[in-house]
Design a protein around this ligand. Structure first.
Ligand code: ADE
Ligand code: ZN
Length: 349
């Protein structure tokens, strides 16, 4: 077994970059870079209310989740055809490959597209084809998680799940995203019960801006297998104890939290505290094109800000692999590769 203490601290950033890791919280529409937004707008004849890439990028100054979502939904309006969805996902996979991501579970928001008249087939088939190519061409294992927009009604979510059922084999789970406060998890009890009946995995955003009660509700009512974000759990000692005991994973996204003003500064982020409290924490990028960094940027910047060490790097990468919905044989193989990577960085005595 490698000795983490034998890893020189100055090698930690390189180790963070090359260690195999899984990304479990990435909204694929949030990987749409301004350059691709403009290219797709031109290809599809869509008018954008920004003069150029620079003007759009300079609008990326957010005060909270809603101020971001308004721009994020506007950006997604350039996606019309199957090839657009493929191109968006493929651009993400190239970044993921550079970051040594071995497993990616991609959130997508069908209602953002079907409400504009885009067929469900275009959305799912484009994303699904990119996932298959990620496996064959990049050796990245990838799957899709269909998210319901929580600012819309449960009836709309139920209709969306039904409309997606012809493509049941193309997604592995359902999630819950969009504007959190005022839209508690229990609003979606029935659609999550249906998803569980269909043997879909279930996850939900909870405790990003919303209170610990929303995390309890996601656990007890929706019976989620992972909590997306969950950083507000820190305000509820009983919840922290419960999360530590059950080891329900949290998919934490530090640069997102910083850009959406959940924390004033990265040095104030509670990821280190939650790791110390024994929670199963994973690190993720959320909407990397909007928040100034892909997965390795999140690792490197968070480790620098919070003075985290090699032991914690191993734990976060191992958690990401173990908390993924990949099959056990693949997880076993990635864990082996993770150990070999750490051994390679340990100085020999
Ligand atoms: N949709 C895309 N990014 C999101 C986030 N961080 N929270 C909720 N919904 C989202
Ligand atoms: Zn998210």
């Amino acid at each position: 077994m490698f000795k983490v203490h034998a890893i020189p601290p100055d090698r930690l950033p390189d180790l963070l970059r090359v260690m195999p890791k899984a990304e479990l919280h990435i909204h694929i529409e949030g990987s749409l870079e301004p350059e691709l937004i403009f290219a797709l707008a031109q290809r599809n004849g869509v008018n954008l209310p920004y003069a150029d890439v620079q003007a759009l990028r300079s609008a990326y100054a957010f005060s909270n989740l809603q101020s971001f979502l308004d721009l994020y939904y506007a950006g997604a309006s350039v996606l019309l055809h199957e090839q657009d969805f493929y191109d968006m996902a493929w651009a993400y996979f190239l970044k993921a490959k550079a970051d040594h991501v071995v497993r990616a579970e991609l959130f997508f928001d069908p209602q953002t597209h079907t409400s504009r008249g885009v067929p469900m087939a275009s959305v799912i088939e484009g994303l699904s084809r990119a996932c298959r190519d990620a496996q064959t061409q990049l050796n990245i294992s990838a799957d899709l998680i269909l998210c319901f927009l929580r600012h819309l009604s449960e009836e709309d979510a139920l209709a969306t799940l039904e409309a997606a059922l012809p493509w049941r084999a193309h997604f592995i789970g359902v999630g819950l995203d969009s504007s959190e406060v005022g839209h508690p998890p229990e609003k979606f009890n029935r659609v999550f019960a249906q998803a569980r009946e269909l043997d879909l995995h279930v996850v939900a955003h909870a405790g990003e801006e919303g209170p610990p009660a929303y995390i309890w509700s996601a656990l007890n009512n929706l019976r989620v297998e992972r909590i997306d974000h969950g950083v507000q759990a820190i305000h509820d000692a009983a919840l922290m104890a419960h999360l530590a005991k059950t080891q329900i994973p949290l998919t934490v996204c530090p640069l997102s939290n910083l850009k959406l003003c959940v924390f004033k500064d990265l040095t104030e982020h509670n990821l280190g505290q939650m790791l110390d409290a024994g929670l199963c924490i994973t690190l993720n990028s959320d909407d990397p094109a909007y928040f100034g960094g892909y997965l390795n940027d999140n690792y490197v910047q968070t480790f620098a800000a919070l003075h985290l060490n090699a032991q914690q790097a191993y734990k976060l990468a191992a958690n990401s692999i173990e908390a993924s919905f990949a099959d056990e044989a693949k997880k076993h193989q990635w864990m082996h590769e993770l150990k070999l990577t750490f051994q390679g960085f340990a100085e020999q005595d």
